[in-house]
Design a protein around this ligand. Structure first.
Ligand code: PRT
Ligand code: MG
Length: 218
């Protein structure tokens, strides 16, 4: 028998909020909001379509292994994941921000990041950071953190951080400044490659509806 069910992996917070209008355009309305409920599986107005609520950085893994047919993940998360087993048909232009290098105000970054120099960098994104500094010829000791990178230079754990910046408010509040732009980040639709083939009739109209919203927003 044909499998008519669809499972969509989303993270709560900004991605969930910014995905609601996309889902609405595809006629999909969640039965409840993940912030209000502790449920990890959320039903929708379609009996066969459900949402699973996972950590932002776990979305590609759920989709890669087919536990979700598709999902939405930041480019930051996708670069670190590697994108294996994922089809990435659409940049959704949501949850936009910038991957930046930041240092404490007054730190002479230009002098400390000359080719041949050695820098301690705290980040949640070791691959992105390593590649960025390798291209500049700067040696780095990467210190992997899982959150609150902004604290690291303030307590002497690192010289610099590589982190996402949107308003700049967090850097400012912690007396840090952005000194280098690495890459612009937005969120992508990621589809399990096998599901795209076996459930093409179900998934394709949703991709089209999302694409329509993205095109209208431009
Ligand atoms: O929060 P959690 O640890 O569960 O996971 P997460 O931080 O990966 O998830 P979430 O929901 O916070 O972010 C999901 C996705 O949103 C990320 O993967 C990014 O692609 C995207 N995004 C967009 C951001 C931001 N903007 C952002 N500003 N993700 C994180 N931030 C953080 C940033 O790390 C820093 O701590 O917000 C802070 C800076 O914000 P400003 O506005 O003060 O500059
Ligand atoms: Mg977060």
């Amino acid at each position: 028998m044909q499998d008519n069910s669809l499972t969509i992996a989303l993270s709560k917070g900004r991605i969930f909020e910014e995905t609601l209008p996309l889902l609405a355009a595809a006629g999909i309305v969640p039965a409840e909001a993940p912030e209000q409920s502790r449920k990890l599986i959320i039903e929708t107005n379609h009996p066969e379509i459900r949402l699973v609520i996972v950590r932002a950085s776990d979305v590609p893994t759920y989709v890669q292994y087919g536990a979700a047919d598709f999902g939405i993940a930041g480019k930051d998360v996708l670069i670190e994941h590697g994108g294996e087993g994922l089809y990435q048909p659409l940049d959704l232009q949501i949850a936009k921000c910038r991957m930046m290098v930041a240092v404490p105000k007054g730190f002479d970054y230009a002098a400390a990041s000359k080719p041949g120099c050695r820098l301690r960098v705290a980040t949640k994104y070791p691959d992105i950071a390593a590649e960025h500094f390798a291209a500049k010829g700067v040696h780095v000791d990467i210190i992997k953190l899982y959150g609150s990178m902004e604290l690291a230079p303030l307590v002497g754990l690192s010289d610099a951080i590589v982190d996402l910046v949107s308003t700049g408010g967090t850097l400012k509040a912690n007396n840090l400044e952005a000194v280098e732009h690495i890459v612009d980040i937005s969120s992508r639709l990621v589809v399990n490659k096998a599901a795209l083939k076996t459930k093409y009739e179900l998934i394709e109209p949703i991709i089209e509806a999302f694409a329509g919203v993205v095109a209208n927003g431009k």
